[in-house]
Design a protein around this ligand. Structure first.
Ligand code: ADP
Ligand code: MG
Length: 256
């Protein structure tokens, strides 16, 4: 990474949809190099929060900063270029692309003149392409899919496809990775493996992670800090142990 790791500061974010306040003055800070989980019952505002952080939704009020960089109101590609990458709750891979090509897509924002389109005629373009391919190979190893590089991503088991998506986000060399339900729909083995990869993203790559996840086992195991949302409000925050025993959290999950 070219720059020192920075904290992601989310301040007083409010989002409204035609009469519904999906987020109501939500604040939290993702410390550099930590896993910060955002949890809460269905409809609490977790995906809306992600969509604000990644620039898909524009907040009616509030701000998002990565270190000194102001992200508030920027378009998704600008936010990605400033170092915030995301995966989606549902798979968003091109169905016929190989694993290698799917990962390479993540390199696109880092290319100078679009080496994918340049036909590799210039020596410098060829060198750049080689560098990107080397990085793709490293990241494939990191997610444990180096043997699958030439297979169509869509032909892999679901859990591995989700890892490809995670790998593609890593290929963007982010400072912050937004993971929306990374283990949803996975087998127990796949969950285990994915949780280990996510821990490695933090511990080996030093990337901060914002984690939206329903699997409380995964949250408790991975998260350094937790923010709890309910009906668009932040109702609790702290370490996994602290929020687990918070009466407001218990109440929100058991239902009123
Ligand atoms: P979560 O991810 O925690 O389940 P969401 O962020 O998806 O919750 O949704 C929060 C609230 O905002 C819900 O009441 C949902 O119906 C509403 N909502 C989310 N996205 C939209 C949208 N694009 N238009 C209208 N309402 C929305
Ligand atoms: Mg959601």
């Amino acid at each position: 990474l070219a720059t020192a790791p920075a904290a992601l500061a989310v301040r007083d974010i409010t989002v409204r949809f035609a009469g519904l306040t999906a987020l109501d003055g939500v604040s939290f800070t993702v410390e550099a190099g930590s896993v910060h989980a955002v949890i809460g019952p269905n409809g609490a505002g977790k995906s809306t929060c992600f969509n604000v952080l990644s620039g898909v939704y524009r907040a009616a009020a509030g701000s998002v900063r990565l270190g000194t960089a102001e992200l508030t109101g920027l378009a998704p590609h600008r936010i990605a270029a400033l170092g915030v990458a995301r995966t989606f709750q549902n798979l968003a891979l091109p169905p016929h692309a190989t694993v290698a090509d799917s990962l390479l897509l993540g390199r696109h924002r880092l290319t100078r003149a679009g080496f994918l389109a340049s036909g590799l005629r210039l020596p410098s373009a060829a060198r750049e392409a080689r560098r990107h391919l080397e990085r793709v190979r490293e990241i494939a190893e990191f997610i444990g899919l180096e043997k699958e590089l030439e297979r169509p991503a869509g032909a892999l088991p679901y859990g591995q496809q989700k890892l490809v998506e995670l790998g593609r986000a890593l290929c963007m060399e982010p400072q912050v990775l937004l993971l929306d339900e990374p283990v949803a729909g996975m087998t127990a083995d796949e969950r285990q493996r994915t949780a280990a990869v996510v821990a490695g993203v933090r511990d080996s790559l030093g990337i901060s992670i914002v984690l939206v996840e329903h699997d409380m086992g995964v949250v408790m195991r991975l998260a350094d800090a937790v923010t709890v949302l309910d009906f668009g409000r932040r109702i609790a925050g702290g370490t996994p142990a602290e929020v687990q025993n918070d009466p407001a959290v218990v109440q929100a999950y058991l239902g009123a």
